[in-house]
Design a protein around this ligand. Structure first.
Ligand code: ATP
Length: 305
């Protein structure tokens, strides 16, 4: 697929989700959350910076939140292009989607789960990301997040704004704004955070409906993924085994876009992560989407060393 193809796909899947009627209250809330996010991107962000000339980049680490934001952003990119075509004096047949890749930044600061690394690579190819990776490009690990972003900006000085999939329920998230300058001590750019109002249930509802590949760690009890040293499956999903209730996203899975009825498109785990999980001695975790309580989303983010 080209960036044009995947952007169009994301636009169509978003419209299909927005068009769903008589669905659950979670779907209705998520439709509202999507409208708000799209309004921020299409009116606030695209009126300030052009999505077509490298001013806007995307921070991507394969996590569920940035993947949701990426799907919505690509859909908005298609809409922006379609609007330009409709206003142009030239026939649509002569207009080509003007971008081949989306500039993106992945800061690989600490030891990462191999399944997540593979997922980042696979999805960078699927979504046509031109992915700057702090570790792979420099051999050594960047000393901290701010330094890694500085390095990214030196290489891509046209960057004005970076999209970030942070939510208000994340640590320090409650005081953030959808568009704001970076703090003192950080390299200078605008943080664009159009998912602040999203709750955990909204993320799963849209992601499971999308039919897009999902990082396999989520299927094994992870609900938020940090480094190998700081992340375990979420203890709130442990030991429920076969007595588990159904999750709340049956409608999304049954109607999922493009793969309706085929189940959830979770990617297989890397063998080394399978061994790592087996060594924990507890393999009876429910998938991450069984958890919808935002207050314990990060209960598996534990310092172990
Ligand atoms: P999850 O919480 O399930 O791991 P996530 O990684 O998308 O999902 P957070 O960990 O809360 O969400 O991070 C918030 C956002 O910050 C991400 O969506 C992403 O945009 C950005 N981000 C976080 N870590 C990195 C990183 N190492 N490289 C690039 N962007 C990052």
């Amino acid at each position: 697929m080209t960036l044009a193809d995947i952007s169009r796909h994301c636009y169509e899947l978003t419209q299909a989700y927005l068009g769903a009627q008589n669905a659950s209250s979670i779907v209705q809330e998520t439709q509202e959350a999507i409208r708000e996010t799209r309004a921020i991107i299409l009116t606030e962000v695209f009126s300030r910076w052009s999505p077509l000339n490298g001013e806007i980049s995307f921070s991507y680490n394969g996590g569920k939140d940035c993947q949701v934001l990426l799907l919505l952003y690509l859909g908005c990119l298609w809409e922006f292009f379609a609007l330009q075509v409709s206003r142009s004096q030239y026939a649509a047949a002569y207009q080509r989607f003007p971008l081949q890749n989306l500039f993106s930044v992945y800061i690989d600061l600490a030891e990462t789960f191999p399944s997540l690394e593979t997922f980042v690579d696979e999805t960078a190819a699927r979504y046509e990301l031109s992915l700057y990776s702090s570790r792979r490009e420099h051999g050594a690990q960047a000393s901290d997040m701010a330094a890694a972003f500085s390095d990214f900006l030196e290489r891509y000085p046209e960057t004005q704004a970076i999209l970030i999939g942070v939510r208000a329920t994340d640590p320090f998230g409650e005081t953030l704004k959808p568009v704001q300058k970076t703090d003192k001590g950080w390299p200078d750019f605008y943080r664009v955070q159009p998912l602040l109002h999203w709750r955990l249930a909204h993320v799963w509802s849209f992601l499971l409906y999308s039919g897009e590949p999902v990082c396999g760690l989520y299927e094994h009890g992870f609900t938020s993924i940090g480094s190998v040293d700081t992340t375990l499956p979420n203890p709130h999903l442990r030991g429920l085994g076969e007595t588990a209730p159904q999750h709340k996203f049956q409608w999304e899975v049954e109607h999922s876009y493009g793969i309706a009825g085929s189940g959830i498109n979770a990617r297989p785990l890397d063998p080394s992560d399978v061994s790592w999980l087996a060594a924990l001695g507890e393999d009876k975790y429910l998938p991450g989407w069984y958890l919808t309580d935002d207050s314990v989303e990060r209960a598996g983010r534990i310092k172990r060393k």
